[in-house]
Design a protein around this ligand. Sequence first.
Ligand code: IPE
Ligand code: IPE
Ligand code: MG
Length: 243
Amino acid sequence: MIFNKKSEIDPDNIPEHIAIIMDGNGRWAKKRGLSRSVGHREGSRTLRKIVEECYQLGVRYLTVYAFSTENWSRPKEEVDELMKLLLEYLRNAEKELAGKKVRIRVIGGKKHLPEEIIKEIKRVEENTENIEGLDFIIALNYGGRQELVEAVSKLVEDAKAGLISEIDEEAISKRLYTRDIPDPDLLIRTSGEMRISNFLIWQLSYSEFYFCDVLWPDFSPTHLRDAIISYQGRQRRFGGVKC
Ligand code: IPE
Ligand code: IPE
Ligand code: MG
């Protein structure tokens, strides 16, 4: 059998924007007889490694799904643990990323978020806003439908104020949380689930999807590289024709 699957990354074709649905923390913990919280803690270690790897590879934007608008329906204990981990990450982010050109941004609604998290988001975003290197975007209390609801509400307000001449795709795009961020080139979801669970529903229109069975705490830089190699072997047509 002839294998011509590439095993090396082409450094000239690194996806500009990678989005990741980090899934499988709970199952990872269950398999080991541990609490889901332990799974989330391990998952946050994986995230640190993946941010580092994206930075080294020269990825320009990395967006990770950290907490969805639907995740509030989980047991309070689990939600509290996730908020604690996120707060910890935001508090230490600059120290951890010291010496690296990483800008941190958070997308999602502010409603229901604990005050201390809102405060940390503001602080870290302001502190890193002029850094150009990797934009590390955390989707926190994020829901794609909620994002569209907010965008349409703004659109209606602006229309009432006479600020809009035409409603086109750009009119919506520029009212999303991601207004100045290009659409993801590659979406990765771990844990074997093949759905987008309300993540970036507008922005993923032409992204390449990569699903893998690995549970998020076990996802390594090598798995990330495999996803990029798969992406590099795809032909993106955007509805057109390529010979
Ligand atoms: C992803 O892991 C983390 C969040 C949703 C915050 P899960 O907690 O969804 O793990 P599974 O899917 O139950 O294994
Ligand atoms: C999506 O994972 C949300 C995050 C990874 C933050 P979920 O585990 O919440 O998604 P479903 O419930 O399996 O669709
Ligand atoms: Mg899950």
